[in-house]
Design a protein around this ligand. Structure first.
Ligand code: ATP
Ligand code: MG
Length: 251
């Protein structure tokens, strides 16, 4: 990794960028993943590179849904595997939801590389290698495991593709997306949209899981029932508008 001084004002962002570049170097992230990261960074700038109040609420509701689920699953793509492998492993244990590798630019080799990367970080089992079930999509995202995403009731999809997100919702699944762009098709289609950087989101969600596991099922359900994703998406857009308004008055 490059030598980035810790006191650099953009340290966190630059370190994230380094992780993605390293992901490409070791063959777990696709080159297209670099472009996706750039788009994410742009939206992160617009939300002020922080977890907003509305995003934190979405994170809380998402954790409740995963704790209530019968067959929850955490989908992992090449960017998530490069950026937050440790958090994915920790969070998967906390909410008792297996990890499944799912890639747009899929090759058996890259799937296996990501599986061993996650195992190196402490995962006991990682799904996605079987690929014995299909969602009707004409790209790699449609190849899934029957005992994983295909039969899951709640799916967490960090940095998802819009087509597949819609497909999972059409299959009757609850889909929790982490996507910094509140305008993407993924954000619009998901049941819960977390407009936050996957790095901050998963760290927050691990902390939330420890607290929320102390609640009983009825209390968790109440938090879920009170949630309105349309309102959260509108608030994400308003946060961006307020951020831009603030810049105009400062001129
Ligand atoms: P969609 O298919 O949903 O319309 P898209 O085609 O614009 O989205 P993709 O390339 O399919 O985008 O997926 C990348 C998405 O992930 C983008 O919306 C981008 O903002 C988001 N993203 C990239 N990096 C991060 C990150 N670190 N944290 C959260 N979201 C991110
Ligand atoms: Mg897309």
């Amino acid at each position: 990794m490059s030598d980035i001084p810790k006191d650099h004002p953009r340290y966190a962002s630059l370190m994230t960028r380094e992780r993605i570049v390293e992901g490409v170097d070791i063959g777990i992230t696709s080159q297209q993943g670099l472009v996706a990261q750039g788009r994410g960074e742009c939206f992160d700038y617009l939300v002020g590179e922080r977890t907003t109040t509305s995003a934190f609420l979405a994170e809380k509701v998402a954790v409740c849904m995963l704790l209530l689920a019968e067959r929850p699953i955490l989908s992992v793509n090449g960017n998530a595997a490069a950026l937050v492998p440790e958090f994915l492993v920790e969070f998967s244990e906390l909410v008792d939801a297996p990890l499944e590798v799912n890639l747009f630019h899929r090759s058996d080799e890259r799937v296996e590389r990501i599986i061993s990367h996650l195992k190196q970080k402490g995962a006991s089992e990682v799904l996605g290698g079987k690929g014995d079930a299909r969602l009707s999509l004409d790209h790699g995202r449609g190849i899934v495991d029957s005992d994983g995403i295909y039969n899951a009731d709640v799916v967490l999809v960090p940095l998802e593709d819009g087509d597949r997100c819609q497909k999972l919702v059409d299959m009757g699944k609850t889909v929790i997306a982490i996507d910094l762009n509140p305008m993407s098709r993924t954000s619009r289609a998901a049941s819960v949209t977390i407009v936050d950087n996957v790095v901050r989101a998963l760290a927050n969600m691990a902390g939330l899981a420890i607290e929320l596991k102390k609640l009983d099922l009825l209390e968790l359900q109440k938090i879920v029932d009170e949630y309105d994703n349309g309102r959260i998406l509108s608030e994400a857009v308003l946060e961006i508008r307020d951020m831009l308004d603030g810049m105009i008055t400062d001129m």
